[in-house]
Design a protein around this ligand. Structure first.
Ligand code: NAD
Length: 371
């Protein structure tokens, strides 16, 4: 970005450069992208979003994220959203050419995010999740190689390996055997991502995850991979196929029937509020590493089974939920997954969770009931 500088004769020259600091956020109308816009708008001169509302193609009109884009553009004058598709290298290139090395941070959240949907159109899933990520990495390398590149990966990169842990069935949830090393803090980054069933979605995310690591390790760029558990918050456009807590709360508020898929509803997920996740990105940005990988979820601090989540929704909304049970679990779905954040906390000791499950769900209820 060139600053305007007038010579004595009134001519304009561009020799006087003012360095702008820009954050580029893909998937900026979605849950994590939108939270990133809110978080970074006060820390950067400009925030440029990229989102083509492909979520409504994946999950239907009810899942459109346009409302969030409009809300963010109205609220933050230094935010602007571009309707580009991350699968289209040329469209992205124009944006990278425009802002060049002023881009100091890239938060890449745009994705096809559902297991089940991916099996319908594997080519589309792979082109968004894997090729889209490679497009962004390569353009970062060419135009702003010093920028910090953050990628929202997923715990599905571990495939169904967590299902082979020694799990014990309790009254309302599965739990791991107390003698297992994962009992205390959950699953760490050492778990293999190889030789398991990932789902088509999990496999396309593995491709992207490894590429982001590679651009850090091979090219020396500042890249960070954050393997999310359940990411949640009031601004999720919850759909049956993605965004389980938001969708469950929406069903509780609207009294819509909900279907539990398999595992007797005792499958356990850890849930992290999108604010706490984006705060992890901020800590990483300030002291970046190259090709580092972190598990990112609610950990032991914030987790629940499906049955427990339903009980919470009923209590908070004051509505009894009507739900059905389907015997077949989603293919590759985890029975028990709790993220271990020990490594991140060791690297960034100033960071901690600010939302537990209760405060996340109450905030979600209030925002969704108003909407
Ligand atoms: N929400 C979760 O529980 C969860 C868990 C683990 C990992 N993740 C990962 O975190 C990231 C963000 O998830 P989220 O819940 O915010 O998703 P989201 O669906 O709310 O947001 C993603 C946004 O990306 C946009 N998008 C999709 N394809 C695009 C394309 N081709 N070009 C431009 N924009 C496109 C969508 O329109 C949407 O607004 C994703 O990478 C997802 O895989 C999410």
């Amino acid at each position: 970005m060139f600053g305007r500088h007038f010579l004595r004769n009134g001519d304009l020259t561009d020799t006087f450069k003012i360095k702008m600091k820009i954050a580029l956020i893909t998937g900026s109308s979605g849950l994590v992208g939108g939270e990133s816009v809110e978080f970074f708008q006060s820390k950067f001169d400009r925030v440029i979003g990229i989102d083509n509302n492909m979520r409504s193609y994946f999950f239907g009109k009810d899942s459109s994220t346009v409302w969030n884009k409009t809300r963010l553009e109205e609220k933050y004058p230094n935010f602007e959203s571009r309707d580009a598709d991350i699968r289209e290298y040329n469209e992205l290139e124009r944006i990278f050419q425009e802002f060049g090395s002023d881009i100091a941070l890239i938060v890449h959240t745009a994705a096809q995010p559902s297991h089940d949907w991916a099996a319908k159109e594997p080519l589309t899933d792979f082109s968004v999740n894997a090729t889209g990520t490679l497009n962004l990495l390569e353009l970062t390398r060419i135009h702003c190689e010093k920028a910090v590149f953050i990628f929202t990966s997923t715990n599905k990169v571990y495939g169904d390996t967590p299902n082979f842990l020694p799990l014990i069935e309790g009254e309302s949830r599965y739990e791991i055997d107390e003698s297992h090393p994962y009992f205390k803090n959950g699953i760490d980054e050492v778990m293999s991502i190889d030789q398991s069933k990932h789902s088509v979605f999990g496999a396309s995310k593995v491709a992207a995850d490894v590429m982001v690591q590679e651009y850090g390790k091979y090219f020396g760029m500042n890249t960070g991979v954050f393997r999310g558990g359940c990411l949640t918050g009031p601004n999720h456009s919850g759909a049956q196929l993605h965004g389980f807590l938001a969708y469950l709360m929406k069903c509780a508020i609207q009294k819509t029937p909900y279907t539990i898929f398999g595992y007797k509803g005792k499958q356990v997920r850890d849930n992290i509020h999108s604010f706490d996740l984006v705060n992890m990105f901020w800590h990483f940005y300030q002291a970046p590493r190259q090709g580092e990988v972190y598990n990112a979820g609610g950990g032991r601090y914030s987790n629940c089974s499906m049955l427990e989540a339903i009980a919470h929704c009923e209590r908070i909304s004051g509505n009894a939920m009507s739900y059905a049970y389907a015997e077949d679990n989603r293919i590759g779905d985890h029975m028990w997954y709790i993220s271990d954040l020990t490594k991140f906390k060791q690297h960034y000791p100033q960071w901690d969770w600010t939302y537990d499950l209760e405060s996340t769900m109450v905030e979600m209820y209030k925002a969704m009931a108003n909407r």
